[in-house]
Design a protein around this ligand. Sequence first.
Ligand SMILES: [Zn+2]
Length: 288
Amino acid sequence: MRIFDPHIHMTSRTTDDYEAMHAAGVRALVEPAFWLGQPRTSVGSFLDYFDSLIGWEPFRAAQFGIRHHCTIALNPKEANDPRCTEVLQHLPRYLLKDGVVAVGEIGYDSMTPEEDEAFAAQLQLAVTHDLPALVHTPHRDKAAGVERTLAVVRESAIGPERVVVDHLNEVTVRQVIDSGCWMGFSIYPDTKMDERRMVAVLREFGTERILVNSAADWGRSDPLKTRKTGDAMLAAGFCDDDVDQVLWRNPVAFYGQSGKLEPADSGAPGADATYEGNSVLRGARAEV
Ligand SMILES: [Zn+2]
């Protein structure tokens, strides 16, 4: 089983996690820029973090045979902090970098006017830089958050096929399915979706335009939830090709819209051999 985790915060994880992920089949991932848990007090703290997402963390992942990509943004929570918003002016130079495959995580936390402004501005940045967008939905008042998210996407210049609305569940997926946006699901040990509920969603809504991620971070989470979802799909009667679509081809199709995935991410024959045991991570760019 080959796995591309489309949303995981490896900065918060250990080398044991990288080893276990590789053993489980994870060969590529996307690490979205997000909140650190503790508030940042200056823009410099963002810039150091972004630099680690495009430098140190891909190097670390490569030691374990996993290709690392990231998304860059001002996250929704810190969009409310005047000490942080100046980082918006620094985003364009990061969005040009290899390995930055989307603008994200953007969207809503508490649905304030400041978040409205940062969300709309960053969707426009995605358009300008020809990148897809990863949109976080709030954990509180989720249905209203998703509704407002879709309204902002509709009013923006970005095409819905270039947007993933993340952290959905059985209820909110119904709001997103007709929007044309991709649907992201985070599988957690004890909150939000679990793998059994995810299989039920796939049964009901099919395997198109769906991304499954572990969203593992510094909280209680499990970087192997992608694999566990694949196993649960097989146990429920889905075939290998369905699992491959959800856990590999869908994230490749979505983030491939950046034009920045490497040939190996498309699953080309022999692609594994080009990077296994090789710490050189960034090869030529390729359209996937
Ligand atoms: Zn996240």
